[in-house]
Ligand binder design. Structure first.
Ligand SMILES: [Zn+2]
Length: 214
């Protein structure tokens, strides 16, 4: 099993190094304009429902994660502050859209548990985390009300450490730290990335993963 991505010229592609060569990537372009290759996307609704890929189709129901065990299929999550994640293990890949609402509805553990049910192991799981809103920029109106109580340990004043919630959920599920590739870029601070918080932009960048058969 190897992972790769389509080679696209003229796009700024940041390899999310999952230790398997070029396998997943973050595309620093407005992906809402379309891409020159087929991708499965989601109608992202800030919930915790997971799509199991069958055939390429327009998502009319709304999902915040896609799991796929078919080789050659490219999955994509679109973000501009929310946390984009990709998972890879034993012929199965997934993308996750973890804005704070999905994150606190346990989209990460739900996706990983489903992948394990489908045959993956936590020990062998590779995880890539793209750019998202950093802690210093994560001010909420009233986090003690907006964030469920079990995550209150991550609240500091009006800021919420969303990346730490994601990393703790991964650790709690047995994902090894050395198998996590985290870009550690704040979308609001780094003007190279689209950020809704910075300027209310409508553009989104893409984080993709493709599984290829051996
Ligand atoms: Zn920032």
């Amino acid at each position: 099993m190897t992972f790769t991505l389509p080679i696209v010229k003229k796009m700024q592609i940041h390899n999310l190094d999952l230790g398997l060569g070029i396998d997943a990537a973050v595309i620093q372009e407005d992906v809402l304009q379309g891409l020159p290759f087929q991708v499965q996307t989601m109608k992202q609704v800030h919930g915790s429902d997971i799509m199991i890929f069958e055939d390429y189709h327009e998502d009319e129901i709304g999902h915040d994660a896609i799991i796929c065990n078919k080789p050659g299929v490219t999955l994509m999550v679109k973000t501009a502050d929310c946390i984009p994640l990709v998972f890879a293990g034993r012929g199965i890949v997934a993308v996750v859209h973890a804005g704070w609402r999905s994150l606190t509805q346990d989209i990460i553990p739900k996706t990983l548990e489903k992948m394990i049910e489908m045959g993956c192991t936590a020990e062998g799981m590779r995880v890539g985390i793209g750019p998202s809103l950093g802690f210093e920029c994560s001010e909420f109106s009233d986090p003690l009300i907006e964030i469920p109580e079990k995550f209150h340990w991550a609240i500091h004043g009006r800021k919420v450490d969303l990346n730490s919630i994601a990393l703790k959920q991964l650790a709690d599920l047995g994902i090894k730290n050395e198998n996590i590739s985290h870009m550690n870029i704040c979308t609001k601070c780094d003007e190279g990335w689209f950020s809704f918080r910075r300027n209310g932009c409508k553009q989104r960048f893409g984080t993709i993963i493709t599984a290829l058969a051996d």
